[in-house]
Design a protein around this ligand. Sequence first.
Ligand code: PGA
Length: 256
Amino acid sequence: MAGERRPLMAANWKMNKTVREAQDYMAALLPRVADLAGEVDVAVFAPFTCLSEVARMAEGSGVLAGAQNFFYEDSGAYTGEVSVPMLLDVGVRASIVGHSERRELFCETDEAVARKTRRAVEAGLLPVVCVGETKEERDAGRMWEKVSGQVRAVVEGLGDAPGRSLVFAYEPIWAIGTGETASPEDAQDAIGRIRELLGELRGEGFAAETRILYGGSIKPGNISEIMAQKDVDGGLVGGASLEVDSFLQLVEAARG
Ligand code: PGA
């Protein structure tokens, strides 16, 4: 990984943990990441119900409290939605955008993902934008067509945001929660190509400073070889982030 991009290790709890469980997790995590001193960024993407508590506990610690989704309008008649100002109000500093589970199960389009990303960037909420292909798309040789289209839609909607204001996560859908990880070479291939595309779309400076994570069945046993890839800047972790001990092993590995 290039020296100028600080690694980011992110826990995606998905639809897991009560407030009490979130408190216990944060109480165990925070003292053990206190000495990271800028070596690696740590984020915890929690369900809405735990978010204000996670953000309160994380305040001043350097751990980013993050949401898993939001809507791009700030307020209004959008039953069931939560906006960026509402997240900022409770101390949330980041959010996942366009996770494949949201794209597939909740019909999120490239256009919606682009609008959400832009709103987050404008408001100073760090979006972690997920892209990735299905097994069928990969087998049909259409991985890059899918991923490049997703990246392009987001970048074209960005306005004049700098690279450091957003993060991408390449998450091949067939590797999420399946135990089947992309090989480190496949992760590097896709992430390297995303970085090249960022350069074509917005210039080399933007490409060089934008962090791109890998996600999909990351665990303590495979993180080192994934982090060793030159364009991989960290991980977005589901299953292996639910226990503090295994997430901490991943954070340590990202530290190098
Ligand atoms: P996983 O999930 O680590 O359980 O595969 C990753 C993700 O969906 O972000």
